[in-house]
Design a protein around this ligand. Structure first.
Ligand code: PLP
Length: 425
């Protein structure tokens, strides 16, 4: 029987048997014991499956990853230490020095920096594109060494909705996987694999945790991309891995190849595992994800509608507003709602933004989004401050943009706090 994601977030991934703990246990152990050296050798050769060292895999993490995999409709998944690690691993698993990939320029500032600065130092080049350009223009950015196309379901901080079908069509025409960061929507509101995404990433730090308790990430593979059909392009998956006894991941593990390689090779060498304790917190958050996302969305819609009526407000971006530029795409891909994050600008620009933020009472300024408490941030002064004016414009971030993450409080209280701060302008 196929349950909805509102049910899967409670029940998927872990099925305790008779007399077993109802909650996923925390396996707080670095290592596992084996009685024979032969058995241990078989684990290292990937000839037998089993746990041996938490830097690679841990049962707590695997139960939670299995839940996320079911919720996204994928075939295999893994947890990482952060959303940054998830996006890095998702690309580094198929790109090496000399390779190139294409990403929407409207993405989280930290991801932009990772792709444009740090991965560049590793010899991997990115081309950032405006996600609204035509398919023909997108085609013109592909090169023989292009290995992936990347975007965010709902862009951070500009909260625009990605045109999945356009991105999937273009990626597949050029024989590369389409990777989507689904952090803001969560699988409750959108399952990118249904619309052609091959690989989905998350910062589990955000709505999935929902209470600002842990930093973590996840990667889920749809199993749909045929690596062997493009084997010259993906030698890491389709040619022998000398560091793993000559294994050819795509031959040996089929649809599980991508996650197996990311676990056995990247986790082994780069060690960005999510702490099992954090995976436990993540799972506790996931249990209420369905209920929380509905409330985040209804509260955010009330706030967006309120801001629209205020004379101090210059503009509001929230895709659930009928006149929003992303409304049509939201109706197509995020039928249940977008998320609790919205963006707006004040008439007085940057100065007014600062005065407004400093006048708020319980709505706080924090470097975070997507948790239970309403908070806000001014990206040009905070998260995106490493970007030049030109990069900010390229990412569609106006200097006056305020990113407001609407929490789970009584909507009347949120509106009253915003109102009293607006009245001080
Ligand atoms: N992706 C998105 C859309 C984000 O908003 C963030 C963080 O804000 C990240 C990735 C990075 O995640 P983390 O902070 O867990 O490393």
């Amino acid at each position: 029987m196929d349950y909805s994601n509102e049910t899967k977030c409670l029940h998927a991934g872990y099925h305790p048997g008779n007399g077993e703990p109802r909650q996923i246990p925390i396996y707080q152990s670095t290592t596992w014991v084996y009685e024979s050296s032969e058995e241990m050798g078989m684990l290292f050769d990937l000839e037998k499956s089993g746990y041996f060292y938490t830097r690679l895999q841990n049962p707590t993490n695997d139960f939670v990853a299995a839940k996320l995999t079911e919720m996204e409709g994928g075939v295999a998944g893994m947890l990482t230490s952060s959303g940054q690690a998830a996006n890095f691993f998702a690309l580094f698993n198929i790109c090496e020095a000399g390779d190139h990939f294409i990403a929407s320029s409207s993405i989280y500032g930290g991801t932009y920096n990772l792709f444009g600065t740090t991965m560049k130092k590793m010899g991997i080049e990115v081309t950032f594109i405006d996600q609204n350009i035509s398919e023909e223009e997108m085609d013109s950015y592909f090169r023989p060494n292009t290995k992936a196309l990347f975007g965010e379901t709902i862009t951070n901080p500009t909260v625009n909705v990605l045109d999945f079908e356009k991105f999937a069509r273009v990626a597949h025409k050029h024989g590369v996987p389409f990777i989507v960061d689904n952090t803001f929507a969560t699988p409750i509101n959108c399952q990118p694999i249904k619309y052609g995404a091959d690989i989905v990433t998350h910062s589990t730090t955000k709505y999935m945790d929902g209470h600002g308790i842990h930093v973590g990430g996840a990667i889920i593979d749809s199993g749909n991309f045929d690596w062997m059909a493009h084997k010259d392009k993906y030698p890491g998956l389709c040619a022998p891995d000398e560091s793993y006894h000559g294994i050819v991941y795509a031959e040996r593990f089929g649809k599980g190849a991508y996650i197996t390689k990311a676990t056995t090779q990247l986790m082994r060498d780069l060690g960005s595992i999510q702490a099992p304790q954090n995976a436990f917190y993540l799972n506790a958050g996931l249990e209420s994800l369905g209920a929380r996302m509905a409330r985040h969305c209804s509260n955010a819609k009330a706030v967006a509608e309120f801001l629209k009526t205020r004379p101090e407000v210059e503009w509001v971006n929230y895709s659930d507003l009928e006149d929003d530029a992303s409304h049509e795409l939201q109706q197509k891909y995020l039928k249940k709602g977008s998320c609790g994050v919205l963006a707006f600008g004040l008439k007085g620009g940057r100065e007014a933004a600062i005065k407004f933020m400093d006048s708020l009472k319980f709505v706080t300024i924090v470097t975070h989004v997507a948790d239970a408490k309403t908070c806000l941030l001014h990206p040009a002064s905070h998260t995106h401050r490493q970007m030049s004016e030109e990069q900010l414009r390229e990412a569609g971030v106006n200097p006056d943009l305020i990113r407001l993450s609407v929490g789970l409080e009584d909507p009347e209280d949120i509106l009253n706090d915003l109102k009293q701060a607006l009245e001080q302008l």
